[in-house]
Unconditional design. Structure first.
Length: 429
């Protein structure tokens, strides 16, 4: 009998420890969720999971599968506790054992405009196709598959009347995959990218971020058996693919307009015009970087993203913006020895930023490594200084570089001008 009591006692200890552990997890996740709500960071940027509480059994499989730590368990049910971190991997959907998760675009409060496309990825404008993030698909594997499938439809339209069979706009996963498919089908293609790097949104991920969670099929390459891979390794792989296949990419060429020309299209870019039978839009939803529109912004010292903080070591750098990307850039720069950092933001406070970034900024500000200028506006950029309106006056500051992190302008108006119709998604698939 004493062994039974001992067995029951041991089992009881394990049950108590199990319940205590889950209680700690619940409290921690509930606190994270409340912090996200309080800081205005509970609105997901794009594709994201919605959990059906009636079906959810609280197994936590989705939270474990999420590489961004965006999901948690609160009151025995899965919740999107860190919506701002979610980038639509979709690993949670596959991991859920009871099919309690669906992936949707937008929320009840904030809609997302998605082009209206057919199963062949063709818009309502015959001959213009959409694949990847612009069409709402942020998953790397599916974006690449969309690019490949779209090219299957485009090759049926190919003829010799235009300079190109297809102009592909954007060199992210969908554009790269589409370009490789165009080569495989021996199509006359033109692949343009407005930036000086490939990878699309992946290129702008933080260092060492998990960028891919499922294998992908690429034309001329075959099955790429990456499961979880960091952004640096994925970008290196793509660069190697471009080199080995000799995929031609026209960097720093920005789309400016599309016009119908009989059965063809004229694609106007920052470097010229291209007559093409079809157009595949595979650019991201980041759009063109939003500019300050001030004198001197055309200077070579002005950039719109931070790639390597070390290159600014010992310089005086101005960061402009009030979102997480601006704060992260300012913090990273402030950690470089001898670098003086100023952060200019037009509003009175940083409202929609992660609590971690807010705390790190305050820490660096107190240490004298970052000068924060709230309610300020850049008025002019000169060779060795900047003029900033602050506290009712215009002040001049010594300056070596300016990094503008003010978001992007979506290409929606440009596409609507050519006749492409959009659906606004409010929390729907």
């Amino acid at each position: 009998m004493k062994y039974i009591y001992l067995y029951v006692a041991v089992v009881g200890v394990f049950i108590v420890l199990y319940l205590l552990r889950h209680r700690r997890i619940h409290v921690a996740h509930a606190e994270e969720l409340q912090q996200a709500i309080d800081s205005g960071m509970n609105e997901p940027p794009s594709l994201h999971p919605v959990i059906d509480p009636a079906r959810c059994m609280g197994s936590g499989a989705c939270a474990k599968a999420c590489p961004e730590d965006a999901l948690g368990i609160v009151n025995g049910k899965a919740v999107l506790k860190n919506a701002a971190a979610c980038i639509g991997h979709g690993a949670c959907l596959a991991a859920c054992p009871v099919d309690a998760i669906k992936l949707v675009f937008g929320t009840e409060k904030r809609g997302i405009d998605i082009p209206n496309i057919s199963p062949e990825f063709e818009t309502n404008v015959s001959g213009i196709f959409v694949a990847g993030e612009l069409g709402g698909m942020g998953l790397i594997r599916k974006a690449a598959e969309q690019g490949r499938q779209a090219m299957e439809s485009i090759r049926k339209r190919a003829n010799g009347q235009a300079d190109h069979d297809v102009v592909i706009v954007g060199c992210g996963p969908a554009g790269l995959s589409a370009g490789l498919s165009a080569m495989q089908h021996k199509l006359r293609y033109k692949l343009i990218e407005q930036e000086d790097s490939l990878g699309g949104a992946v290129y702008h991920y933080p260092r060492h971020k998990i960028a891919m969670t499922a294998p992908v099929k690429l034309a001329l390459v075959g099955n790429v058996k990456f499961n979880e891979v960091q952004k640096e390794k994925l970008l290196a792989f793509w660069l190697d693919v471009v080199k080995k296949t000799n995929l031609q990419i026209s960097f720093r060429e920005c789309l400016e307009g599309i016009e119908r020309d009989g059965d063809n299209f004229v694609v106007r870019t920052s470097t010229g015009r291209h007559v093409t039978r079809s157009v595949l839009l595979s650019m991201g939803r980041r759009g063109t970087p939003r500019k300050l529109e001030v004198p001197g912004e055309e200077s070579a010292k002005v950039t719109y993203r931070l790639i390597d903080p070390a290159q600014y070591q010992g310089q005086t750098v101005l960061v402009v913006g009030g979102g997480d990307s601006a704060l992260e850039a300012a913090i990273a720069l402030s950690e470089q020895e001898g670098t003086d950092v100023q952060l200019s933001y037009r509003s009175e406070a940083f409202s929609r930023v992660k609590q971690k970034n807010r705390m790190l900024l305050e820490q660096q500000q107190k240490a004298g490594r970052i000068q924060v200028l709230l309610s300020s506006r850049v008025k002019r950029i000169a060779d060795h200084e900047v003029e900033i309106e602050h506290d009712g006056a215009v002040h001049r500051y010594r300056n070596d570089a300016v990094i503008v992190c003010a978001g992007g302008l979506l290409p929606t108006p440009l596409l609507q001008k050519v006749g492409i119709e959009f659906d606004t998604k409010f929390g729907t698939a």
